[in-house]
Design a binder for this molecule. Structure first.
Ligand code: FES
Ligand code: FES
Length: 186
């Protein structure tokens, strides 16, 4: 089964009493909370119903993370929360109080690409690129998950990330090329 974490489990994790206390309610609908985003502490005051995806894109202007379906179906919005991949369209931003968020902007730079970013370029792992940030964030997380060694294992683990351009085989090739360089890959 894919290692993607459901919004239910994320909500349960983030709704601990301590975190609820830490998030200060400014009024009925606005909540002030702090989270680390790509290594930088960010304090936001947002409507409590704001998703993590909208907080990242609309309020922190980190537009590398994409909105596809906004319903947890496509994976375009995948980010890491405390090192685990999640669909940010299904997470409440305020529930991320105290959490560590990593977005596509946090895994590499133009002059210093993450090995998976370089592999996607090498293997033509994209066409229009709309799904690519989500694909990459899932793939980066996958490197540390107990995924089997075969292409089918990668396909299963990446099944939450859709690509309308159909770049799937090249995406698998890119991921496998990086996994082959990791001694711990199983
Ligand atoms: S935008 Fe989040 S899963 Fe599609
Ligand atoms: S590269 Fe176009 S949707 Fe995946």
């Amino acid at each position: 089964m894919p290692q993607r974490h459901t919004p239910q489990s994320k909500t349960t994790h983030a709704d601990t009493p301590n975190k609820t206390l830490q998030a200060k309610a400014a009024d009925d609908s606005t909540v002030t909370f702090t989270m680390s985003v790509n290594g930088q502490s960010e304090t936001l005051s947002l409507d409590s119903r704001t998703t993590l995806l909208d907080a990242l894109r609309e309020h922190l202007h980190l537009t590398g993370t994409k909105k596809g379906c906004d319903h947890g179906q496509c994976g375009a919005c995948t980010v890491h929360v405390n090192g685990r991949r999640v669909n940010s369209c299904l997470c409440f931003a305020a529930a991320c109080e105290g959490d560590t968020i990593t977005t596509i902007e946090g895994i590499g730079e133009v002059e210093a690409l993450h090995p998976l970013q370089a592999a996607f370029v090498e293997c033509d792992g994209y066409q229009c690129g709309y799904c690519t940030a989500g694909q990459l964030m899932s793939a980066v997380a996958l490197l540390d998950e107990p995924i089997g060694p075969n292409d089918d294992d990668v396909r299963e683990a990446m099944s939450g990330n859709l690509c309308r351009c159909g770049a799937y085989q090249n995406i698998v090739s890119a991921i496998q090329s990086v996994r082959a360089t990791k001694p711990s890959s199983k």
